[in-house]
Design a protein around this ligand. Structure first.
Ligand code: GAR
Length: 188
């Protein structure tokens, strides 16, 4: 049983897919903490509904990234968190957390990296008129959506896709893929 923390900044649909997989017995993990850098994010409602403890903070209230990451690290250590799952956490991870959790932190990104890193990867792919995009799960390093790739799944862009229909299919893929890839990683 892996004790994990999920980091998110927004809707939290990937957090939901992970906790649903845990509840369904498909993923041997326990979410010990949700970490969120937006006080108003919907993921906080989801955490509350699932009775998962959450730590939310505003980076602007801290003098530096190091300062808020030190506080996060303390909370992770207090709860014996073994592994960090980034699920729409839209912020670069700094050396404080990277050093403490090197090779124990993964991210999901809605494109076939290294194509379309950064924000709005789905919009970027749609605008570029590519025929194939997808989802990547990778270990986290100091870069933006870089780091060794663990798994990728392709999602075709259909002729009649809108940005929204493409987003729906990519997110469905994410919700299937993230719990399955985590389950495999945690068996090792
Ligand atoms: C997901 O599509 C995730 O892949 C993406 O943010 C979304 C969060 O959705 N992450 C990135 O773009 C990382 N660069 P969610 O809050 O509903 O899980």
């Amino acid at each position: 049983m892996k004790k994990i923390a999920v980091f998110a900044s927004g809707n939290g649909s990937n957090f939901q897919s992970v906790i649903d997989a845990i509840k369904a017995g498909k993923l041997a993990a326990e979410i010990g903490l949700v970490v969120c850098d937006k006080e108003e994010a919907f993921v906080l409602e989801r955490a509350k509904a699932e009775q998962v403890e959450a730590f939310s903070f505003s980076p602007k209230n801290y003098p530096s990234k190091e300062a808020f990451e030190m506080e996060i690290l303390e909370k992770l250590r207090e709860r014996d968190i073994e592994f960090i799952v980034l699920a729409g956490y839209m912020r670069l991870i700094g050396p404080t957390l990277l050093q403490a959790y090197s090779h124990r932190m993964v991210n999901i990104h809605p494109s076939l990296l290294p194509a379309f890193p950064g924000k709005d990867a789905i919009g970027q792919a749609f605008q570029a008129r590519v025929k194939l995009t997808g989802v990547t799960i990778h270990y986290v390093d100091e870069g933006m959506d870089t780091g060794p790739i663990i798994a990728q799944r392709a999602v075709p862009v259909l002729d009649d896709d809108t940005r929204e229909t493409l987003q729906t299919r990519i997110q469905e893929t994410e919700h299937e893929m993230y719990p399955a890839v985590l389950a495999e990683l945690f068996q090792k």
